[in-house]
Design a protein around this ligand. Structure first.
Ligand code: URA
Length: 427
């Protein structure tokens, strides 16, 4: 069936709903280059204002999945389950979670992206490991999933190519910030990845994509509905992102922290979130009757799985991680309780030190980043070291320091303790 794209733009502009055939035609024609960027940009802007009906959105997502290949993971011999995070500062959870859930008997096929903006991408972190390569063929992925149980790799060009094109267009047309467009973009890639179940970590707070709880909840509900409609058992946890996770933000720094956690150490907040996600992942695939992930993590049993995962992609798990040439110390301005450490400010500082990119082609520095020496709730002495800024390029320091000017809040009383996991969304 053929449609006139201008009619479809008008329908959406006026608040109407596209038929299934119209959605399929629009996504296919745009992916094939028969609908022009300016026409799709107009359509996307109409979606930003008018939204999409639930059935229309799941058809849109299905059309994006169908624009490329859907991986077949039926032969890996273990139930498949993945996690997706909407992105937070210091969020190195995947590096611990993938081997942990694999150590508990599932297969985790995590196809991931690189970071853009103030949150770091999982692939950028893994690339801090000497020799490690992000690119893995589908055959190799299946064999590593069968033998080791976990893969973290780059999504290839054949995975939801419609999203690749649409996301690039949204980025330059002010149409990223739309719940249906974000939800379909994320879920099309996760559905195409071939996982049978998925747990979403939807971050909420100053360092997250969604700063308001209500918006994060709507995004989570929309994604859970899309996953279930596509036959993927899906649920979401809403987790706090006002304070960065763990002790570090920056690629090599985060790998070191993840390894420490896999060996039975690690910070309490990072362990809490990782274990909460692992428990839900195992429950979704019926593997929750075995050892508790908290015990597996504390015993260091997931660490050998991490080593095998790294080695399977050419990485040397014994190689020393690179370190920055310069470490600048920021001291506490007064004595008192650390009341707040703003996640966004820390993320922006790490990004300006070299850890982040402005355009997707930019290189990143794996050594750059921030380490904080106290967490909210702890007492700090005025003049004592509070933050370490790591960089190879001293000219980056002033703008990083500027990002941190209002990041630290010190008060006479400790801040209220809030749970990290705020909500669970499931159908
Ligand atoms: N991440 C995605 O993959 N897509 C979006 O639209 C936003 C974040």
């Amino acid at each position: 069936m053929t449609f006139h794209v201008v009619d479809l733009i008008r329908t959406k502009r006026d608040g109407g709903r596209l038929s299934d055939d119209a959605v399929d035609w629009l996504v296919d024609s745009y992916t094939a280059g028969a609908v022009a960027d300016e026409q799709m940009a107009a359509f996307l802007m109409a979606v930003v204002w008018r939204g999409m009906a639930p059935g229309e959105l799941s058809r849109w997502t299905a059309a994006m999945v169908a624009s490329g290949d859907r991986l077949d993971l039926a032969g890996v011999g273990r139930p498949t389950v993945d996690k997706h995070s909407t992105g937070g500062v210091g969020d190195k959870v995947s590096l611990i979670l993938v081997p942990l859930v694999a150590a508990c008997g599932a297969a985790v096929p995590q196809l991931s992206g690189r970071g853009l903006g103030h949150t770091g991408g999982t692939l950028d972190k893994m690339e801090a490991i000497s020799g490690w390569r992000a690119s893995v063929s589908p055959e190799r992925m299946r064999s590593v999933l069968r033998d080791v149980g976990g893969v973290i790799a780059a999504a290839g060009p054949g995975l939801a190519p419609a999203d690749r094109k649409l996301y690039a267009l949204r980025d330059v047309t002010g149409t990223v910030e739309s719940i249906p467009l974000i939800a379909s973009s994320i879920m099309s890639k996760k559905i195409a990845e071939g996982t049978s179940a998925l747990v979403l970590d939807v971050k909420v707070g100053s360092g997250a994509f969604m700063t308001a709880h209500a918006d994060a909840r709507t995004l989570a509900e929309t994604m859970v509905t899309l996953g279930e409609a596509a036959g993927v058992r899906t649920e979401a946890l809403l987790t706090g992102m006002d304070t960065p996770l763990g002790w570090t933000a920056g690629h090599a720094l985060e790998v070191a922290e993840a390894v420490d956690t896999l060996c039975g150490g690690g910070p309490a907040d990072l362990i809490e979130i990782t274990v909460a996600l692992a428990r839900r992942m195992l429950a979704l695939v019926g593997l929750d009757g075995g050892a508790d992930p908290a015990d597996v993590l504390a015993a260091g049993t997931a660490y050998p799985v991490w080593r095998r995962m790294v080695a399977a992609q050419g990485g040397d798990p014994d190689a020393a991680l690179p370190t920055a040439e310069h470490v600048e110390i920021v001291s506490a301005s007064a004595s008192g309780f650390l009341h707040g450490l703003d996640a966004r400010a820390v993320g922006v500082a790490a990004w300006r030190l070299g850890a982040g990119r402005s355009r997707k082609e930019d290189p990143v520095s794996v050594t750059a980043g921030v380490r904080w020496l106290a967490r909210p709730g702890e007492w700090v002495a005025g003049g004592a070291p509070l933050l370490e800024l790591h960089t190879d390029d001293l000219s980056r320091l002033p703008s990083a320091l500027e990002a941190l000017v209002t990041a630290v809040e010190i008060a006479d009383t400790p801040p209220p303790v809030r749970p990290l996991v705020r909500d669970r969304i499931h159908l």
